[in-house]
Design a protein. Structure first.
Length: 84
């Protein structure tokens, strides 16, 4: 993977669930304000659910990916130690 991808996954995976909720709320409020300001009620109705469905899901997947990489590294070390 590209180093920027790794940095992004690590940054998202290290956040707490409370911080992710704050980020989702922030995006929802900003999106709602922009939708109200521009008069796009349909966009507002779509934006808020997406904020609370997509952002936490990406956070959870990043956490799971980091845990899987740690387990894979640990298993590789155990395999090398058993083979030696």
């Amino acid at each position: 993977m590209n180093s920027f991808e790794i940095i992004t996954i690590q940054a998202l995976g290290k956040r707490s669930y409370a911080f992710v909720f704050i980020i989702a709320t922030y995006f929802a409020v900003i999106g709602a304000a922009l939708a109200i300001y521009t008069g796009g009620a349909g966009l507002w109705g779509l934006w808020i659910p997406l904020c609370f469905l997509v952002i936490p899901a990406i956070h959870h997947l990043s956490k799971m990916l980091m845990e899987m990489e740690e387990r894979l590294t640990r298993l590789e070390k155990e395999t090398i130690q058993q083979g030696a």
